[in-house]
Write a protein that binds this ligand. Structure first.
Ligand code: NAD
Length: 491
């Protein structure tokens, strides 16, 4: 099978790497392509960075109104090719076609928001801070920037950064996940048509070796990373040690509290959609559900029914609601954690471990699984499972439940289901998480808001999307000017 090419200086070029690994369809283990990996990919990074430096030196002086014009073209091309790209997302990541289209829509929304850069980059001006003296702030780009993406959103996550980076005047190198590189290749084939200068956006494949090359390269000025917490921490610490600006989003374990006054039917449907969407492989997926008070059995029964009803299978099959998990290793790890939960004392209410999908016997399928009364001192309560597993807990008061939320090491999202405004207000004020949902299952911010995240879910200061992205991809310069009236000349 041929090895995928990099995109550098607006050309498709072979990697200098001598080794590659397979890109595998998680529904049936079919090898879709070989992607460059390991030794040699660092050389590719160096070539891409040099191209990025050259492009940046011209691009930074292009007026911002002109810099956003290619993004309008990209939006149109993404919309025209949405079905085709979505199919690729499903084939390499396993998610359903509807989920693939949904994430592409989110990518497009970020392109639209970045088109607002002419306004978003505008900044403050104060006249006469002293007599005849004015002060103002300008935003200037950083240089070559890099985006390192995870597998679970093959299109969307790169767009939390890419359109903003270039609208602000930077160049960028995209390093897609080696598990799902085909989607970004499709997207770069569109980027190739929008008239960007040579070397402004480049795509280089690989894994740790290419990431380390980006972290160590003196001409890479900023790193935007999304992935697991261990790697995010490493990226932040190494990147900042090398003097770079870094934003690193990590893993999650998102709790949901259901109060006794919640609408049971609505809550159970929304929560199970959140737990099982993308087979539980969303960084905002609901994971631990805490029921409070005396409606416990009712909500538990409703969650059981809505979980059991989910149809697991091949993502291109229209009636399927949940696809496979990404790799065999991932399936084994999730199965291990389910068993660990049981060994630690949980009751398994619904067991999806031996899901068999006719025609896809080799797929990495796990059907919806529910663990009840997970041990509060065990491994499973703290560990990000990243699979279709719901952990159920019961607590007596909202305060106990909020304390549970705040004791967790992650802080990506926390959600509450209730009909009571005062309790909702208390929760949004006290819950220690960057994204809060009230009667919402996936608290995913729209493109105009930062994709927040606290504690071990985020390392850095400025998040992706919206104004935060504009601030991340620019550095401020404050100018103080003295032009006394008496210096003026009459002509
Ligand atoms: P991952 O950390 O394994 O990989 C992410 C990227 O880092 C990939 O491009 C990979 O090639 C690279 N990488 C992997 N190991 C590395 C290493 N040792 N050194 C340098 N680079 C390395 O993550 P994943 O499995 O692809 O994605 C799933 C994780 O991402 C989950 O933990 C999920 O919660 C998290 N995630 C978080 C958010 C968020 O917004 N907080 C969003 C999506 C996914």
């Amino acid at each position: 099978m041929s090895v995928l090419e990099n995109y550098i200086s607006n050309k498709w070029v072979a990697s200098k790497s001598q080794s590659s690994i397979g890109v595998i369809n998680p529904a049936n283990q079919e090898e879709l392509a070989q992607v460059p990996y390991g030794s040699g990919t660092a050389v590719d990074i160096d070539v891409a960075v040099q191209a990025g430096v050259k492009a940046y030196n011209e691009w930074k002086d292009v007026p911002v109104m002109q810099r956003v014009q290619p993004l309008y073209k990209l939006k149109r091309l993404l919309e025209e090719n949405l079905d085709d790209i979505a199919e690729t997302i499903t084939l390499e990541s396993g998610k359903t076609l509807a989920e693939s289209k949904g994430e592409l829509q989110r990518a497009i929304e970020n392109v639209e928001t970045a088109c607002g850069a002419p306004m978003l980059m505008q900044s403050e001006f104060s006249e006469n801070i002293a007599r005849g003296v004015d002060e103002f702030m300008i935003r200037q780009p950083l240089g070559v920037t890099a985006c390192i993406a995870p597998f679970n959103f093959p299109s969307m996550i790169t767009f939390w950064f890419l359109p903003y980076a270039i609208a602000c005047g930077n160049s960028m190198i995209v390093k897609p996940s080696e598990k799902v590189p085909l989607t970004m290749i499709k997207i770069f084939k569109l980027i190739d048509q929008i008239g960007l200068p040579e070397g402004l956006v480049n795509m280089v494949h690989g894994g740790k070796e290419s990431v380390d090359a980006l972290l160590e390269h003196p001409d890479v000025k900023a790193i935007s990373f999304v992935g697991s917490t261990g790697v995010a921490r490493y990226i932040y610490s190494k990147g900042t040690q090398y003097g770079k600006r870094v934003q690193a989003q990590g893993g999650a374990k998102n709790p949901v509290i259901v109060l006794p006054d919640a609408d049971v039917e609505m809550a159970s449907k929304i929560i199970s959609d959140s737990v099982y969407g993308c087979a539980g492989q969303r960084c905002l997926a609901a994971s631990t559900i805490v029921t409070v008070g005396d409606q416990n059995n009712e909500i538990k029964d409703a969650l059981y029914e809505s979980s059991k009803a989910k149809i697991t299978g091949f993502g291109l099959d229209e009636k399927v609601e949940m696809g496979p998990v990404i790799t065999k290793d991932s399936k084994d790890r999730i199965n291990y954690l389910i068993q660990k939960g049981v060994d630690e004392g949980a009751n398994i209410l619904l067991d999806g471990r031996d899901a068999k999908i006719s025609g896809f016997e080799n797929g990495n399928f796990i059907a919806p699984t529910i663990l009840e009364n997970v041990n509060l001192n065990g491994e499973v309560i703290e560990t990000e499972i990243f699979g279709p597993v719901m952990s159920l807990l019961h607590m007596n008061t909202i305060d106990d439940a909020i304390a549970f939320v705040n004791n967790g090491k992650y802080g990506n999202s926390a959600c509450l289901f209730t009909n009571n405004g005062a309790n909702a207000r208390k929760f949004r004020n006290q819950a220690m998480a960057g994204n809060i949902g009230i009667n919402i299952g996936v608290a995913a911010p729209m493109a105009q808001f930062p994709f927040s995240g606290w504690k071990d879910s985020f390392f850095g200061d400025l998040h992706g999307q919206g104004r935060h992205a504009i601030e991340f991809f620019t550095q401020t310069k404050v100018v103080i000017e003295r032009w006394p009236k008496e210096w003026s000349r009459k002509f």
